[in-house]
Design a protein around this ligand. Structure first.
Ligand SMILES: Nc1nc2c(ncn2[C@@H]2O[C@H](COP(=O)(O)OP(=O)(O)OP(=O)(O)O)[C@@H](O)[C@H]2O)c(=O)[nH]1
Ligand SMILES: [Ca+2]
Length: 512
């Protein structure tokens, strides 16, 4: 019997099917090649970093900052970041008025630290700037020759460092305020908004920039964009065009109203009414004692108008620890009697109505941070006042015991500083219970300290363009994502087409 023949009845592939299959294969190959080329061709180049150094020669001390940014993104906003900060040992440069030749050498240790952070081959091209603030403004008023000699000494040291020296000068209070405002808004990404953020902001009429409050040792600055621009006090108005947008900014710097000089002013006033060399001070803790040398006390331009002869050369201060009394005592520093403008802060200085959020940094932050008053959810004005009151009421021996790790100079003054900050903001600028919580106490934004130095460098290196630089519509990530998505859609369409042209058996009616 013949076995039934099992013949290979493989269905022959039709020519159309073969062509379609080939087409599908080739398109998949093309899509893969397209993605590979796109991804490799458009990959960001290896980071080419640039560096810049700014020395903040403040009244109390000098800080050296090293900034870093990718060279190819120089004009983008938010790309410059602080990579190093070095606190110079000893006093601020104005403290070298008697030994001017030592001002420069005091910076050497921090300059060495900058040399270690910045790659050797980039030392020469790295710009270094020094800006001196209120301490040097005061020294210039008191003794111009000493101020010039201090600046020459620091210039000599900076020129001998391996960096590209770009100048050492005293910046004005206006500049200090403006650059602080630029720094925080640059770091917060408020200048240039792209894509959705820009669209959302155009829908809500949100306040686009944040005001800046800086409290130093010798001066304090307030800077913000007011709701309405008034030309009553042109010296307080600045005009900027940044990333294609105009900003009209109010700024004022109060010399002698930094927290150290405010204390000096307060003591000078207290001295006027003391009968003897003992002074009971409500702004220091009970049990705290401090001696002040009166002979040098009135050389300072912040206290010189109170100068008079005393039958004693030393003043003995004894703490009383009374917050309410301290507030009343400090209030006298803010003269609210005469205002030649539509509205004023104090001492007859124009201040437009406060507007928007404020970032408060330097000593505003140091003090509030010490008092645990800098959480993300802002404290109310009453909560802040009662925290300062409670702290001031602590006897000195208890404060020392509880915070033994903190420098006595700082520790002894937190009560005064807390009360002073409240007086300045509440009485001076007239923040109220309603807008108090719009003040955000901040030390750093990302890795960068809030302060004027970054804004100063961005300005001097022309890193903030007036017009918005042409930008790629998509980021690298979004571009790759879109490429992949389009390619997948393409492959799916081809696959679908193939399925439609040549229905596989399993999809034919009746089989499934
Ligand atoms: N508690 C505390 N106080 C600090 C610290 N650093 C500085 N201070 C004090 O806070 C005040 C302000 O400090 P800065 O903002 O550095 O002031 P500055 O830049 O030296 O002074 P200006 O030239 O007026 O800006 C001064 O009284 C300093 O002594 C800190 O880390 N902790
Ligand atoms: Ca400062």
């Amino acid at each position: 019997m013949d076995e039934p023949k099992v013949t290979g009845t493989k269905p022959k592939m039709s020519t159309t099917r073969k062509i379609l299959l080939m087409l599908g294969f080739l398109s998949t190959l093309a899509v893969i090649a397209l993605i590979t080329v796109a991804v490799t061709q458009n990959q960001p180049l290896p980071k080419n970093l640039k560096y810049g150094i700014v020395l903040d020669a403040g009244s109390s001390h000098t800080n050296l900052y090293v900034y870093e940014w990718p060279a190819e993104k120089e004009n983008d906003t938010g790309v410059v970041q602080q990579v190093e900060v070095c606190k110079v040992e000893g006093p601020g440069i104005s403290g070298y008025s008697q030994t001017t030749e030592k001002a420069g050498p005091s910076l050497e240790h921090c300059l060495q630290q900058a040399e270690d952070v910045i790659p050797l081959k980039q030392h020469q091209e790295t710009p270094v700037y020094l800006g001196a603030t209120a301490g040097m403004r005061l020294l210039r008023l008191e003794n111009k020759d000493a101020a010039d000699k201090v600046l020459s000494s620091v210039e000599k040291t900076l020129r001998s460092a391996p960096f590209n020296f770009q100048g050492a000068r005293i910046i004005s209070g206006q500049e200090e305020g403006a650059y602080g405002w630029i720094t925080i808004n640059y770091l917060l990404g408020n200048f240039k908004q792209s894509g959705w953020k820009k669209f959302l902001h155009s829908l809500k009429s949100v306040s686009e920039t944040s005001g800046a409050l800086d409290l130093g040792g010798a001066s304090t600055q307030i800077t913000f964009v007011p709701l309405e621009i008034s030309s009553e006090s042109p010296q307080n108005l600045l005009y900027f065009r940044l990333y294609g947008k105009d900003y009209q900014v109010y700024t004022h710097s109060f010399l002698c109203y930094g927290k150290d000089q405010a204390l000096q002013q307060k003591l000078a006033r207290d001295l006027q009414i003391t009968k003897n060399s003992r002074l009971s001070d409500p702004c220091f803790h009970q049990g705290y004692q401090r001696t002040i040398n009166i002979s040098n006390f009135f050389k300072n331009p912040c206290t010189s108008i109170e100068k008079k002869q005393f039958p004693f050369s030393q003043l003995y201060i004894e703490g009383e620890g009374n917050y309410e009394k301290c507030r009343r005592n400090i209030q006298d520093l803010f003269n609210k009697t005469n205002c030649p403008y539509s509205s004023c802060s104090f001492n007859g200085i124009y201040l437009p109505p406060l507007q928007g959020d404020f970032g408060a940094f330097s000593a505003f932050y140091f003090v509030m941070n010490f008092l645990n008053l800098t959480s993300d959810v802002p404290f109310t004005l009453d909560e802040v006042a009662s925290a300062v009151q409670k702290f001031c009421a602590l006897p000195w021996h208890e404060v020392k015991l509880q915070y033994h790790q903190i420098k006595e100079k700082y520790l002894s003054e937190y009560c005064f500083s807390g009360a002073y900050i409240l007086s300045l903001l509440e009485n001076g600028y007239e923040f109220t219970t309603e807008n108090w919580q719009r003040i955000h106490f901040l030390g750093k934004i990302g890795s960068s300290d809030a302060g004027w130095t970054l804004g100063y460098m961005l300005n001097l290196t022309n890193m903030i363009p007036a017009e918005e630089p042409p930008a790629r519509p998509l980021s690298y990530g979004s571009y790759v994502g879109l490429m992949v998505l389009c390619s997948l859609v393409l492959v799916s369409v081809i696959l679908l087409a193939w399925l439609l042209f040549h229905k596989p058996k399993c999809l034919q009616k009746g089989i499934v």
